[in-house]
Design a binder for this molecule. Structure first.
Ligand SMILES: NC(=O)c1ccc[n+]([C@@H]2O[C@H](COP(=O)([O-])OP(=O)(O)OC[C@H]3O[C@@H](n4cnc5c(N)ncnc54)[C@H](O)[C@@H]3O)[C@@H](O)[C@H]2O)c1
Length: 435
């Protein structure tokens, strides 16, 4: 066995989730059911995936936990913030993702998760009307209050480490503005000056997490940690960050399917994606300013996989359109349609149709688990700043756009990055090339 270079996962790992809605309660309920042996954590890389270690005759395939020290599901302790006061049991029932039979056995544990008051500003999600909200003098005060929540949680539970995960609603789009988002000093000043249209509540959670020594994950497409000020803060506090936007349904399909077109040198003239969903996420995204945030995130996927500069005959000027439609009868059971207009030999057109009847939160829950466990691993390995190896789980992977860095969106290349990082942290050679 190679020597580990990460600190061991001792004690309990606290997972503080912003938002106690469909995704968070499905995640928490699944973990609780799995540790009772009543459900399987299907879809989770950390629980199932095996990675090759060594080459040739010496190669073997090992689970992550056999390569690096990882917490078990029993080691996880949850807390949450939400705009609504419903506890995790009530919220799981309201979300209507899971059947009662899959919630009732862990009812007692879920009842105990009562959301702390949210750091919230209605201007960032107009369709939400909850009253479990902090009264804040300004954005700096908002940040201070979240910091206090984190400190209290640590004290009350005695957890060894904490990770903060954003699984709350998508905020309205905040365009990065270097005057406020360029440096930590500018960001802090803007918080103190209460520049409310530049400092989203999510930035207060992220700032609080990093300064309290907790890695931060952005599961929505919000700008939040995708600004130079937060990258600088992550360096200064030596904390890992990851984002943005869980890669679940249509974008997962897109980043896995586009490589088929690219690998066979077929052309693309258009890709139209539309879907219907009826959960609260869909309701928030029905607001144009909130949808804009999602649209920016979803559109970025194709351009780095099917690249016009590499193959101008094949990928010049294809039309890429993404739509989301709020349709209450379907609730969390999203239906997505992709129409792909491709062309082949001598330019002859063909069409591919993909109809994915998915369940949003069922796809997102394992990503929550993996992102939390892996960002905690990164921290124990002494890694900080943007964790590019976590792009596998994200629709719009963070990258340094001030230096024109191109993010990797190709699902299989992202998988290689993930495997190499685990190998490295386990003290093995990161021996797989990204082609
Ligand atoms: N499920 C998926 O497949 C998927 C994929 C990618 C991204 N996401 C993102 O994950 C997030 C959660 O999705 P969901 O289906 O659970 O939504 P949801 O509406 O069921 O839950 C979100 C919760 O966040 C709360 N909230 C909003 N702003 C808050 C704040 N400032 N502080 C604390 N709580 C706040 C809301 O009250 C709500 O209860 C959304 O942003 C969604 O876009 C989901």
């Amino acid at each position: 066995m190679a020597k580990e270079i990460v600190k061991p996962a001792t004690g309990k790992l606290g997972i503080m989730v912003v938002g106690l809605g469909a995704v968070s309660t499905t995640f928490m309920t699944g973990v609780m059911m799995a540790r009772k042996g009543l459900a399987k954590p299907v879809g989770s890389m950390t629980q199932y995936d095996k990675i090759r270690i060594g080459k040739g005759e010496n190669k073997k395939y090992l689970h992550y936990k056999d390569i690096v020290s990882m917490p078990t599901l029993d080691d996880l302790v949850f807390a949450a913030w939400d705009v609504f006061p419903a506890n995790a049991y009530e919220s799981a029932i309201n979300a209507e993702v899971l059947k009662e039979k899959d919630i009732e056995p862990v009812k007692d544990e879920l009842l105990k998760i009562k959301p702390m008051k949210a750091a919230f500003d209605k201007n960032y999600a107009k369709r939400l009307d909850g009253d479990n909200v902090k009264q804040c003098k300004d954005r700096w005060d908002m940040t201070e209050q979240v910091r206090e929540d984190i400190r209290n949680f640590k004290k009350e539970t005695g957890v060894d480490r904490v990770v903060v995960l954003w699984a709350a609603s998508t905020e309205i789009y905040v365009e990065p503005d270097m005057k406020y988002h360029g440096t930590v000093a500018a960001l802090e000043q803007a918080m103190k000056d209460n520049v409310v249209d530049k400092i989203a509540p999510s930035m207060c959670y992220a700032y609080a997490a990093l300064t309290e020594g907790c890695p931060f994950i952005m599961g929505a497409p919000n700008t939040t940690v995708d600004i130079p000020a937060m990258w600088e803060l992550a360096e200064k506090t030596q904390m890992p960050i990851a984002g943005k936007d869980f890669k679940t349904g249509q974008t997962l399909v897109k980043s896995g399917f586009a490589p088929i077109i690219g690998a066979r040198m077929l052309g693309l003239s258009g890709w139209f994606s539309t879907n219907i969903l009826g959960n609260r996420d869909g309701l928030v995204l029905d607001e144009p300013a909130n949808f804009r945030t999602k649209e920016v995130s979803k559109l970025s996927t194709l351009e780095s996989i099917l690249v016009a500069d590499d193959q101008p005959d094949l990928y010049n000027d294809y039309f890429h359109k993404v739509r989301i439609n709020y349709y209450p009868p379907r609730n969390d059971n999203k239906e997505g349609w992709d129409n792909i207009d491709i062309f082949g030999w001598m330019g002859y057109p063909m069409q591919i149709k993909i109809n994915f009847l998915c369940r949003d939160s069922i796809l997102a829950a394992p990503l929550c688990l993996d992102l939390c466990l892996l960002i905690d691993l990164a921290r124990r390995a002494g890694r900080y700043g943007t964790q590019r190896f976590l792009s596998f789980f994200l629709k719009s992977p963070m990258h340094d756009y001030t230096k024109n860095e191109i993010p990797v969106n190709h699902l299989f290349q992202q998988h290689v990055m993930l495997k190499n990082a685990i190998r490295e942290m386990g003290g093995y050679e990161a021996d797989e090339e990204i082609d």
